[in-house]
Design a binder for this molecule. Structure first.
Ligand SMILES: Cc1ncc(COP(=O)(O)O)c(C=O)c1O
Ligand SMILES: N[C@@H](CCCC[NH3+])C(=O)O
Length: 418
């Protein structure tokens, strides 16, 4: 399902015209479709029907409270990577017992917060982290449930900045040395071994790397079982890709079916941590053309959204579709769409054939994942508003930041006079 369609020549989010949203809430503005988020999450759940599982939405992909709240109501668990994300999950009504805590650098304070909240599992990425967790847990008198994130040295065939399953990446434990670590953990008083975890990268468009990694995990599970360590769950992380342009990623059902085939006969709970595949295509970034700038060899459309609002093009050279909200007749030109930020890398899209005039609205598609959640205040730009559309109703789920808020925590030096 595509929630963003032209109706009477106007781009809509479900039943709401994007031009109306821009008029009401201003631009730049993120717009999400409730139906689209729910449909994608349900596609994952349906694929796992009849299999013991936990679906933990990766909060980093889109951490707006309203989005987390919708998913919590559908029974989602959450994959978090910070104390801040845990606080968001709790504020959105998420169940802490369905939370898995990932990330290479958990602080003492964050471990404590997660233990007290009663999270389902810590995904541990080093022996140093294991020993720290043992200390914190024993101080609190709580047993920490743990899985080790192993690095299976599998090429995810994605952008190098978002590949995480190769030996050179900072993530996970070399799968060769994992067994020794499980043995060490089994001796610790406040650690309870639960699972094996991996996440080899994001925006994967083929099944083979996932299944290759899974085969390594199953080998490890067998070796551990032979040495008396029973594993209850396998966590395959996130990573399922989406279509930005012409990619043809597997559906959640195709992916999950292939995994279930390989699991046959084993009594294991499956955990997944999907982020992008749930929300990317459920969101757009709405932006307005401020100026057109033509020279002999280049046409620029300067829009009011910039790299601080959406960093994916600048950071990964990511291609995001850009569509006019009210397509106009007239000559198309080849434009680079750039933001107002003072960086040459500040672009939203390059070489796009569009007919444009000042004041036109554009929708940057597939912006529901790693859009607002990666935005910043660079150039002292307040962060965008976020709107969640439900049918023809538009809910402002985060108001635009104000300039005063940007420096509210700052202070001038004390007066040095007299
Ligand atoms: C540990 C972990 N789990 C889950 C995810 C979510 O990945 P994706 O958005 O590709 O599904 C990520 C991000 O890549 C991650 O680092
Ligand atoms: N932020 C990345 C995905 C990496 C997620 C972090 N594990 C993106 O926009 O594609």
């Amino acid at each position: 399902m595509d929630a963003f369609t032209y109706q009477n020549g106007q781009l809509h989010a479900e039943g709401a015209p994007l031009a109306g949203i821009a008029a009401q809430f201003g631009t730049p503005c993120y717009v999400y479709s409730r139906a689209s988020i729910e449909q994608q999450f349900r596609a994952w759940s349906a694929a796992l029907a009849g299999q013991a599982h936990l679906l933990c939405f990766a909060v980093k992909a889109n951490s707006n409270l309203a989005v987390l709240g919708l998913l919590a109501k559908l029974g989602a668990g959450f994959d978090i990577v910070s104390g801040g994300e845990l606080a968001r999950v709790l504020a959105a009504g998420g169940n802490p017992h369905k939370v898995v805590f990932s990330g290479v650098g958990k602080s003492v304070q964050e471990m404590q917060q997660a233990l007290l909240a009663g999270v389902h599992c810590f995904n541990i990425e080093s022996s140093a982290e294991l020993l720290r967790l043992q200390q914190v847990a024993s101080r609190l008198g709580i047993k920490a449930k743990v899985s080790f994130r192993v690095n299976p040295d599998v090429d995810a065939k994605t952008h190098p900045y978002i590949a995480t399953g190769l030996k050179d990446n900072k993530f996970g434990i070399d799968i060769e040395s994992a067994e020794a670590l499980y043995q060490q953990a089994a001796e610790l008083s406040h650690i309870e071994l639960r699972g094996i975890d991996c996440h080899i990268g994001s925006q994967l468009t083929e099944l083979a790397p996932f299944l290759h990694a899974l085969s390594h995990l199953l080998d490890l599970q067998e070796r551990l079982a032979a040495s008396g360590i029973a594993i209850k769950h396998l966590n395959l992380g996130g990573g399922l890709g989406v279509r930005y342009r012409d990619e043809t990623p597997p559906s959640p059902a195709e992916y999950v079916n292939a995994v279930r085939q390989m699991l046959k006969g084993r009594d294991l709970t499956l955990i997944f941590e999907p982020g992008r595949s749930v929300v990317a295509n459920a969101g757009v970034l709405l932006t307005k053309v401020e100026h057109l700038k033509h020279s002999a060899h280049k046409n620029f459309a300067i829009v009011d959204a910039a790299m601080n609002d959406l960093i994916r093009p600048a950071l990964y050279q990511a291609w995001m579709a850009i569509e006019p909200v009210s397509p106009r007749a007239g000559e198309k030109r080849c434009y680079d769409l750039v933001g107002p930020v003072c960086e040459t890398g500040d672009f939203i899209g390059k070489q796009r054939e569009l007919a444009l005039a000042e004041g036109d609205l554009l929708a940057v598609r597939s912006a529901g994942a790693y859009g607002f959640s990666m935005s910043s205040n660079y150039n002292s730009r307040p962060r965008a508003a976020e709107v969640l559309v439900d049918g023809s109703k538009c809910h402002l789920v985060r108001r635009r930041e104000t300039v005063d808020e940007l420096f509210a925590g700052e202070s001038l030096l004390p007066d040095e006079g007299g």
